[in-house]
Design a protein around this ligand. Structure first.
Ligand code: 5GP
Length: 216
């Protein structure tokens, strides 16, 4: 049980934590650290029509489905958002997210600005949208260069894509500059902690206050 969970023993609704950033800004590292540090948060598992890559586990990395299964999910409004990427379909299943939220468990999403906009249309009150920025263009380029031994033109293309992704920064509730990982990590944990305590999410509060007043 996490710290916010125990807080006064008051039930709350879970939060949907959305992390977006250009690739190379450290989002994957931050996601992993957040998941490892807080056992009340789980990663949303997307459905996809693409074939599994070696080592990928069905139900963990993705839920691998046929095109017909995907279309059925989409047409039944069982997906909170979906997209076609390089000829394959990807989507966020609604059921597991709704179940988690109603049980006070939090769900982490690693999605881009388009996915974030789609989630905003459907789940605004549950969302905590966080954008991660690199400290500088130079630092981003360095990270992209060291991460993969890609040719200069591939790195240049990624930098351009990063610029397009960054242009959506103002659509997020929080913007963190990932200069020092430790600090960014702590800022992220603080955001999660505070968002769990917002009044509208603490569904047990009115009963708590009623009982409190009855005893006054
Ligand atoms: P990959 O096939 O390499 O795992 O993912 C390809 C792309 O699909 C990535 O850009 C990834 O962010 C995106 N993607 C994965 N899952 C989802 C999802 O549930 N919704 C959306 N909109 N995009 C996704």
């Amino acid at each position: 049980m996490s710290e916010s969970e125990k807080f006064a023993g008051i039930n709350r609704r879970g939060i949907m934590i959305v992390l977006s950033s250009p690739s190379g800004a450290g989002k994957t590292t931050l996601s992993k650290r957040l998941l490892a540090a807080d056992d009340n948060i789980s990663m949303s598992v997307s459905v996809t029509t693409r074939t599994p890559r070696p080592g990928e586990i069905d139900g963990k990395d993705y839920r691998f489905v046929s095109l017909a299964e995907f279309e059925a999910l989409r047409d039944n409004d069982d997906l909170l958002e979906w997209a076609e990427v390089f000829g394959n379909f990807y989507g966020t299943p609604r059921g597991p997210v709704e179940a988690a939220l109603s049980q006070g468990r939090d769900v982490l999403f690693d999605i881009d600005w388009q996915g974030t906009q789609a989630l905003t249309e459907k789940m605004r009150g549950d969302l905590v949208r966080i954008f991660i920025l690199p400290p500088s263009a130079k630092a981003l380029e360095q990270r992209l260069k060291t991460r993969a031994q890609d040719p200069a033109e591939v790195v240049a293309a990624r930098m351009e894509k990063a610029s397009a992704e960054i242009s959506h920064w103002a659509e997020y509730d929080y913007v963190l500059v990932n200069d020092e990982l430790e600090l960014c990590d702590r800022a992220l944990a603080s955001i999660v902690h505070a968002e769990r305590l917002t009044r509208h999410r603490r569904i047990g509060l009115s009963a708590f206050v009623r009982d409190l007043q009855a005893d006054l």
